[in-house]
Each structure stands twice: as C-alpha cells, then as structure tokens.
Write a protein that binds this ligand. Sequence first.
Ligand SMILES: NC(=O)C1=CN([C@@H]2O[C@H](COP(=O)(O)OP(=O)(O)OC[C@H]3O[C@@H](n4cnc5c(N)ncnc54)[C@H](O)[C@@H]3O)[C@@H](O)[C@H]2O)C=CC1
Ligand SMILES: CC(=O)C(=O)O
Length: 308
Amino acid sequence: MNVSIIGGGGLVGSCAAFALQAGGIVREIALVDVNQELVEGQALDLLHGSSLTADQKIYAGGTELVKDSDVIVITAGLRRKPDESRLDLINRNVELFKNILADVKRVGTKPGAIVFVVSNPVDVLTYLAMKELGLPPQQVIGLGTVLDTTRLRSMLAARLDVPPTQVSTLILGEHGDSMVPVWSAAQVGGLPLDKFPGVNASLIAEVEKKTRGSGAEVIKKKGGAGFAVGVSIADVVHCIALDQRRILPVSSLQDGAFGLRDVCISVPTVMGRTGVMQHLEIELWPKEQLALTQSGRVLRETVDKVLG
Ligand SMILES: NC(=O)C1=CN([C@@H]2O[C@H](COP(=O)(O)OP(=O)(O)OC[C@H]3O[C@@H](n4cnc5c(N)ncnc54)[C@H](O)[C@@H]3O)[C@@H](O)[C@H]2O)C=CC1
Ligand SMILES: CC(=O)C(=O)O
C-alpha cells in the first residue's frame, strides 16, 4: 500500500505521516507540499526513525508522486481561526483546492485509487473532489466526523473514568457546527450509556458541548489539531489497506440513506479496499434524524452557493 499526503509538510499532514509510520502497515509514504524545504525536512525527520519502526519507504517530492498511490490524502489548505466556522473557510480554500485537484488530474491516478480529503470544510471539498476528478463516488471520501467521533468517545471515557476503547458511539452529519452526536447508539462496555452509573442528562450535555467546541479550543491553545487528526487519518487508511470493512463515519456521496441525497456527509459507512462499500441506515431518535436532515441541508446550500 502506497500512500501520498498532499500538504504533508503541514501540521495535519506530518502528524498523519507519523501515525502511518508508527502503524507500520503501509509500505510507502510520499509527502507532497508546495513548501519544498519544509516537506523535505518532515520526510527526513520521519526517515531518521525508520530503523525503529517498520520497513517503509518515506520520501518527499512533487505532485507526480500521486500517480503511484493507492490512497491520496489531501491535507493542504488554510486553517480556520478560532472564531471562524469550518464553512467560513470555503471562501479561502476553494480556489487553492481546485488547483490541487487540477494537478492531481493532470498527473493521473492509479485505477482504484482512493482520494481522501481532510482539508476544510471537508464535506464541501470532498464533494468538489468527487465532481472535479470524475472518479467513481466510492473512491472519494472525506475524514468527515471521524475526528469528532474519537473526541466524543475519548472525552466521555475520561469523564466516566473508563478505558476509551470501551466507549462506543458516533457523530454523524457535517464536520462542523451542525454535527449530530448519536446518543441513541451510545454504549459503554456493551451496556446502554444511560444505564451506566453516574450518567445523566447534564453529564451528556457537558460532554457534547466540550466535543462541539474542541476543534476551536485546540486551535486557540496550540494553533491547530495535529495528533488526534493524524491518528484519525491513519485509522481510515489502515481500514482501507487491510480491507477491514469496519463501520466508520467518513464523509461520502449520499444516495438516499437517512433521506440524504447528492451531498457528501458522514453516515455509518462500511469501508474496505475499494473505498465506500455500503451506507448503513440505523434508526435514530426523531430529534437526531431531524438534526441530520438539517445538517445535510446546510451542506447542500453551501455546495450550491460555492459551486453554482
Ligand atoms: N477534517 C478534519 O477533521 C480536520 C481538517 N483540518 C484542515 O486541514 C487543513 C490543513 O491544516 P494544517 O495542517 O493545520 O495547516 P498547515 O498550514 O500546517 O499545513 C498546510 C500545508 O498545506 C501546504 N499547501 C498549501 N497549498 C498547497 C498546494 N497547492 N499543494 C500542496 N501543498 C500545499 C502548505 O505549504 C502547508 O504545509 C486545514 O484546511 C484545516 O482546517 C485540520 C484539522 C482537522
Ligand atoms: C480544524 C478542525 O476541523 C478540527 O480540529 O476539528
């Protein structure tokens, strides 16, 4: 499995590269960035640790590297400011992103390659990538609410003092203000969350508020998210590389699940070597379904505004 990261010199791209190196599953990691000096430095720094990790090839170069990639991760783009929504970024990121897509198209991609968008606003840019690259929709995904979901699980676990891997739930919808935490599916150690000692409505509201604000909090305190988004990207890449067919809340083109159509948004998605294999529709609480419909509407309106 050969993975390239466009934007690999930046915080998100380099953290993803490090998580992929530590994971030891992919065979080649190619870093691409307009900042040549920076990306060479990142590749060199990773390479220096490679005798202690796995037998992988790690190198930097230009966009032509993507033609040999099985997964092309795009993290290039501007970061939002703490007081800016992810959707506000569209005005600043869309032209830059279109140029990157044009470069990728010019160079060409391997048959079956998966394009994996991380740059924000991720759902809108995933839709744009799908349209501009002309690839089958199952081969174009966005990180969607994978990061929000790990934030929710991790913070709920910390609040309940249980191991994070024992907490199971997910966030659907937009990676942004209209995200939808699915409390109806939340479990701890296989038990319904509301049966767990100490869990009540105010604890749930507190954890939800922290999760919704966590991206802005990290930006305010350290400039931008790195480690958590890095492991989130690696988790999705590993699921593809190993054809694990796990259910992940990635963003992809919807064709009817939950009443969502012609929009890239996160729903429970079976992911494997060929990309999106299936969207799973589960029964939600009516208020969750309503919020998901609204989230789809927000994204659809933004796509219409930006892409005409
Ligand atoms: N979807 C998600 O869950 C998350 C998304 N993000 C998004 O990821 C993006 C990157 O964030 P950071 O890494 O923190 O920013 P950064 O500024 O550290 O890195 C961006 C990199 O992109 C490079 N770049 C710019 N134009 C390029 C081009 N045309 N071709 C190749 N490389 C180019 C820059 O040189 C820079 O190295 C932002 O849009 C941010 O909002 C960040 C965190 C989470
Ligand atoms: C930047 C961003 O999207 C996040 O940290 O959630």
